[in-house]
Design a protein around this ligand. Structure first.
Ligand SMILES: [Zn+2]
Length: 122
């Protein structure tokens, strides 16, 4: 954990996480859910991690608290590092890379494969 705090994220990873937004569909490329896709339900810019709905679920032991009055073992949706996911284009339905077009307010995310915008479909 200490190592993670000291480690500074390379700029390319920061750029990548800036491209992924909530409600995007992503494909998990590493880890126990490799090859499965899911919807992004949370983005942690500071840690370069995202939370994918129903993916990377781990059992966690919790003490009884207000949120979990019973305590015990719960399923926890753990964040996935951004380099271990690829965005899925809603246009061509393939894992793809994002390219930007325009600037300022007109800035759009485009699929490099079919050039479809990734922002239109919500
Ligand atoms: Zn596409």
């Amino acid at each position: 954990m200490v190592i993670q705090k000291l480690f500074r994220w390379p700029k390319r990873l920061f750029k990548k996480i800036m491209k992924i937004k909530k409600n995007d569909m992503v494909l998990v490329t590493k880890g126990k859910d490799r090859g499965k896709s899911g919807k992004v339900i949370g983005v942690d810019l500071g840690k370069s991690k995202i939370i994918v709905e129903g993916r990377n679920i781990y059992k966690a032991h919790v003490k009884p608290s207000k949120k979990y009055p019973q305590g015990g073992i719960i399923d926890k949706n753990m964040p996935i590092r951004v380099e271990n996911v690829a965005i899925i284009c809603p246009g061509c339905n393939k894992a793809t890379k994002i390219k930007f077009s325009g600037s300022g307010k007109d800035k759009k995310r485009l699929c490099v494969k079919c050039r479809e915008t990734l922002d239109a479909i919500k």
